[in-house]
Design a binder for this molecule. Structure first.
Ligand SMILES: CC(C)(COP(=O)(O)OP(=O)(O)OC[C@H]1O[C@@H](n2cnc3c(N)ncnc32)[C@H](O)[C@@H]1OP(=O)(O)O)[C@@H](O)C(=O)NCCC(=O)NCCS
Length: 181
């Protein structure tokens, strides 16, 4: 049976879907991994890869505003990606669903990931910039504190706004208003 791709906005996720995602996250990452998606992934689109009515992989794209050299750029943060059964092509189907969406909309997509996942993202057609997370600061909207994270490679698709090329060419830091995703 061919794989089905289902796209759903975060506000339309059912309680069952949310607890399924959280259960899988806890299995993968441990107890602390439970997330309130409606709050933390505001306005996100979730993608599900379905095989024979069963969810085999999920992930999301959410709007993120990036402040870079006194200009604001709207991009999509890619995250929460997880394949329930590994090594069977479900992760790739998910990554391709995201990539096709980015191509279709012309939006820039950006994820931060661990080095061990780079090979997977390269294979699925994304570009990589090692340690790219170091070029971003999360500005806490209440305290104004700038938070850095040193540990993450950038995985991206360059959309029409060319934000990534500009950052790679001109250097400097970009500020985001939501925590690293
Ligand atoms: C990363 C992840 C989504 C990959 O999903 P998957 O279903 O196991 O991967 P697939 O079976 O679709 O693999 C697609 C291709 O990438 C390759 N691949 C998979 N993981 C790889 C890795 N870590 N390094 C290099 N290549 C890899 C596969 O061999 C396959 O190659 P092929 O097309 O030549 O056969 C999955 O391992 C996962 O859920 N990991 C835990 C959560 C996580 O780290 N998510 C990423 C968050 S940014």
């Amino acid at each position: 049976m061919p794989l089905k791709i289902v796209k759903k906005s975060v506000n339309k996720l059912s309680k069952e879907e949310i607890s399924f995602i959280n259960r899988q996250r806890i299995k993968e990452y441990g107890k602390e991994a439970k997330v309130n998606f409606k709050k933390e992934d505001k306005s996100a689109e979730f993608f599900f890869i379905i095989n024979n009515k069963e969810i085999m992989a999920f992930g999301m794209l959410k709007p993120v505003e990036v402040d870079y050299q006194n200009k604001k750029y709207n991009i999509l943060g890619m995250g929460r990606g997880l394949a329930i059964k590994k090594g069977q092509g479900y992760g790739k189907a998910l990554a391709l669903a995201g990539l096709n969406y980015l191509k279709k909309t012309g939006k820039t997509g950006l994820a931060f990931t661990e080095r061990k996942n780079i090979g997977f993202f390269k294979k699925t057609g994304f570009k990589i910039k090692k340690d790219f997370i170091r070029k971003f600061r999360y500005k806490n909207q209440i305290t104004g504190e700038l938070v850095r994270d040193d540990d993450g490679d950038g995985v991206y698709y360059e959309g029409k706004n060319k934000l990534i090329s500009k950052m790679l060419k001109n250097g400097g830091l970009a500020i985001i208003k939501v925590p690293f995703w």
